[in-house]
Write a protein that binds this ligand. Structure first.
Ligand SMILES: *Cc1c(COP(=O)(O)O)cnc(C)c1O
Length: 376
């Protein structure tokens, strides 16, 4: 059934901007290879459209978190691409990686042993990545476990090490001392493992400088327009625009309250627009009384969000618009909640979160419109 356009809002996703961001990162890290993290439905932007755009842009190495995501991705990109499953296969499912041509990231001795056992059954070497923990205590082999592998060479027979990798915990803060510590731990541990291409940097790590690029980088956020370095201008193209439709406008008399818990009370007669997006669409409830939106026809005039954000709607004070003498927006008019005049990271900051969470939260309830200005 045709239903696009009948939702309360739309999420515009600019695929050309994602391709452009990919090209920029490739140029920055060359001769290292630039892969792409497309976990969590490509950070909420649509696994199919995003991964195919990246593949067309030349990306041949993809990272997902879960085996299930890898299975989905395998059907979407060419056979000449590698798909690494960051969490490795859940216990007892290693053979699914073979069935779907996925490369597991082995994070523990247990995962190493299961992969080795599978290689033994198959009677051939099987490729995988080894992840070491260089200091953020998330996934990966500890120094002791790396020592064990190094001193028991048979513990890796049958495993073709396609990549040795680790992940940085503070890369968006270049001065943080953990960065250097992780760098030296990574280089040290890598030397004890079989010689293989190395990867340390995700988006923020890329911007720490060339020595952090090793053989392969794994950006996600920067591809989608999230600024890689805290407090620095964003070198990436924005890729999304979130718009909500006006359902109704009303004049709220002085003294009347707006929304749940009567959190806002009009001090004077106040023109208000009710927009068809709320926290049920993944728009942060924390932005009640804090955030702002702009009318697409008047992008320079910030209109405050008033009262609590409801599940399906939010209220906006149109007073600043009325003050210009402009005609008030009619039902059906579109407002920007995130876009050229309201950057994603500003909205995330107002909501006390990070752009990553805001993006991945933007639910499937909008009319999602993937467009590519290059293709007309
Ligand atoms: C998510 C993730 C990435 C991508 O990180 P960004 O900060 O989005 O670039 C890279 N590597 C690993 C291990 C990850 O978990």
């Amino acid at each position: 059934m045709e239903r696009n356009g009948w939702e309360g809002g739309r999420l515009l996703i600019n695929l050309a901007a994602i391709a452009e961001n990919y090209a920029r990162l490739c140029a920055r890290v060359s001769p290292a290879e630039c892969g792409a993290a497309v976990k969590a439905n490509a950070y909420g932007l649509g696994l199919k459209e995003v991964s195919q755009t990246l593949y067309e842009a030349g990306c041949r190495t993809f990272f997902v978190a879960h085996l299930a995501e890898g299975v989905d991705l395998r059907r979407l990109v060419g056979e000449d691409s590698r798909i690494f499953v960051l969490h490795g296969p859940p216990p007892g499912t290693a053979d699914a990686c073979l069935t779907h041509t996925l490369l597991p990231v082995l994070n523990s001795l247990h995962q190493v042993q299961e992969w080795q056992a599978l290689a033994h059954i198959q009677g051939r070497a099987l490729a995988a990545a080894l992840q070491v923990d260089s200091g953020m205590s998330r996934f990966g082999l500890t120094e002791t476990e790396v020592d064990y592998l190094a001193t028991h060479p048979q513990s890796l027979t049958g495993i073709e090490v396609a990549l040795v990798m680790s992940h940085l915990g503070c890369a968006d803060t270049p001065d943080h001392p953990l960065n250097r510590h992780q760098f030296s731990t990574f280089t040290k541990l890598k030397q004890r493992l079989p010689a293989a291409p190395a990867s340390l940097a995700a988006s923020s790590g890329i911007f720490l400088g060339p020595e952090w690029h090793f053989d392969l980088v794994r950006p996600g956020a920067a591809l989608y327009g999230i600024p890689p370095t805290a407090g620095q201008p964003n070198p990436m193209h924005p890729t999304i625009r979130l718009q909500a439709r006006v359902i109704q406008t009303r004049m709220v008399p002085a003294g009347a309250s707006v929304g749940y818990r009567a959190a806002f009370t009009a001090q004077q007669p106040t023109p208000v627009a009710l927009l068809g997006i709320g926290y049920g669409d993944g728009f942060p409830r924390r932005l009640g009384q804090k955030g702002f939106v702009v009318c697409t026809d008047w992008p320079d005039i910030k209109l405050p969000i008033i009262g609590r954000i409801s599940m399906d709607s939010l209220a906006v004070d149109l007073t600043p618009l009325a003050a210009t003498g402009a005609a008030l927006p009619q039902p059906g008019a579109m407002f920007d909640l995130i876009g050229p005049h309201i950057p994603l990271d500003e909205v995330a900051c107002l909501a006390d979160t990070i752009s990553y969470e805001l993006l991945t939260d933007l639910g499937a309830r909008y009319h999602r419109l993937h467009y590519d200005p290059r293709k007309g």
